[in-house]
Design a protein around this ligand. Structure first.
Ligand code: DLL
Length: 432
């Protein structure tokens, strides 16, 4: 079912017209209300009525995480503090975290975006949602919670942790929808097997996974191990949280909630806009946010856009699965590699489990990569010769597909630490 047919299936010319109207209103709004944007616009020679077409978007300055940090915590607010009803905080790897304030209207818009996302996955009021995204400062838990309630489903706010209890409750309460990170879904499946429970026989029907990159191979693993349809959901705190884009069962990219979030893809180096189909960095402008609107936010996420009609009937532009971030990219002896590419190569090989960690070091002057990857019990208890053979095979595959030399270390099942939230795939020990 299409939650909001009028907007989600709006003919493209009308969508473009609506986006332009909203963009013009946004530019005026932040110019009048946010000192940071007024100064940035003035510096770029932009006045509130400079935007005459959507192509003019490229004239507006880009916003980065740095502007959030520099204006920490509430400098980017466009409303008085008393209108803020919610705050989420996303922690970065360095410096101060990012603080985002929501007004009542923002929470309402977000719930609508999440209701659309859940409906894209076929969720209705007849469903029970096992919501294992973390509740708290992270946007995952509450985002899915409000969206689930909006569609009228039963939401189980289980959050993270206590995995065995999660499995018991999931079974006893007859959950039909699983929401969590893709890596945690596999951990749930694994823990269930240890408990002698086959989740494929449970009521679970569909999973909505996001918050971290995951390959198509990983999707196949999850679908096979849990016996569900696994769909991808994308979002980020600075924009709203989950619900910016959602994949439909056609599995041909993620539908962007375009009447609220205006997407562009730019060249990550020059910042110049790229045409449809070309891969680059996703940039998003919030069209309807009231509390902390953002103009041309550089997400660092790499994707491409596709405006072609989709079999599901929605007309929105779709973004390709995010395969990595510009700041996640590892440069190994000069070769650019994304952890998700390593994941795809590993999971191609039979017996390799979707649990791995990439350790990068530089003991001498050269980068050194070691990939720890779990293999099935059967393989691990096999002869040493066979293990060595598999290590060699993986190493050769990585070298031929990605062009990097990496040592591969096969490890026993459960060696690599599991995460309830985002998995930590890379340990970079290089001091550079
Ligand atoms: O991760 C929001 C979210 C919660 C999305 C639950 C989906 C589900 P942040 O913690 O601010 O917000 O992290 C945002 O996570 O810029 C991407 O790099 C990454 N990310 C989010 N969804 C996906 C996805 C939430 N489906 C950052 N595929 C983003 C790949 C994703 N990466």
């Amino acid at each position: 079912m299409i939650w909001n047919k009028e907007l989600e299936a709006l003919p493209r010319p009308q969508m473009r017209k609506l986006q332009l109207e909203r963009l013009q209103a946004l530019v005026r709004y932040v110019y009048d209300r946010t000192p940071y944007y007024r100064a940035a616009f003035q510096q770029a020679g932009i006045s509130p009525d400079s935007v005459r077409s959507l192509d003019n978007l490229a004239k507006l300055p880009l916003t980065t995480k740095r502007e959030f940090r520099d204006n920490y915590p509430f400098g980017l607010l466009a409303v008085p503090r008393q209108q803020v009803v919610r705050v989420h905080v996303s922690s970065g790897t360095t410096g101060k975290p990012t603080v985002v304030g929501y007004t009542r209207k923002d929470v309402d818009m977000w719930s609508e975006a999440m209701a659309r996302a859940l409906s894209i996955a076929g969720v209705t009021s007849a469903d029970t949602i096992h919501n294992a995204y973390g509740y708290g400062l992270f946007t995952g838990g509450l985002g899915f919670h409000y969206g689930g309630e909006r569609v009228g489903a039963t939401v189980i706010p289980i959050s993270g942790g206590n995995t065995k209890r999660q499995i018991m409750l999931m079974q006893d309460l007859g959950s039909t929808v699983l929401c969590c990170t893709p890596s945690y879904s596999l951990f749930l499946g694994e823990t269930a097997s240890e408990m002698g429970i086959d989740l494929r026989a449970s009521d679970l029907r569909v999973g909505i996974f996001g918050a971290e990159p995951w390959s198509f191979r990983m999707r196949n693993e999850i679908e096979a191990k849990l016996g569900i349809l696994a769909l991808d959901v994308y979002g980020l705190s600075e924009i709203v949280g989950p619900g910016v884009a959602m994949e439909c069962p056609e599995k041909r990219g993620l539908h962007i909630c375009e009447d609220h979030f205006l997407p562009e893809v730019v060249d990550p180096f020059s910042g110049e806009p790229l045409p449809y189909g070309q891969r680059g960095e996703l940039v998003i402008t919030t069209l309807t946010k009231e509390g902390m609107p953002v103009v041309r936010y550089r997400t660092r996420d790499i994707t491409s856009l596709d405006p072609e009609p989709c079999g599901c009937g929605r007309t929105s532009v779709r973004m390709a699965k995010v395969t990595g971030r510009t700041d996640d990219m590892l440069i190994i002896r000069g070769v650019n590699v994304f952890p998700s590419q390593i994941e795809s190569v590993l999971l191609e090989v039979e017996g390799v489990e979707p649990h791995y960690q990439i350790i990068v070091d530089r003991q001498t002057s050269l980068d050194d990569v070691e990939i720890w990857v779990e293999v099935s019990e059967e393989i691990f208890s096999d002869e040493v010769r066979k293990l060595e053979e598999l290590e060699r095979k993986l190493r050769a595959e990585i070298e031929s597909v990605l062009g990097i030399v990496a040592r591969v270390k096969l490890v026993e099942p459960h060696t690599i630490q599991r995460s309830e939230g985002k998995a930590k795939r890379v340990i970079d020990r290089r001091d550079i």
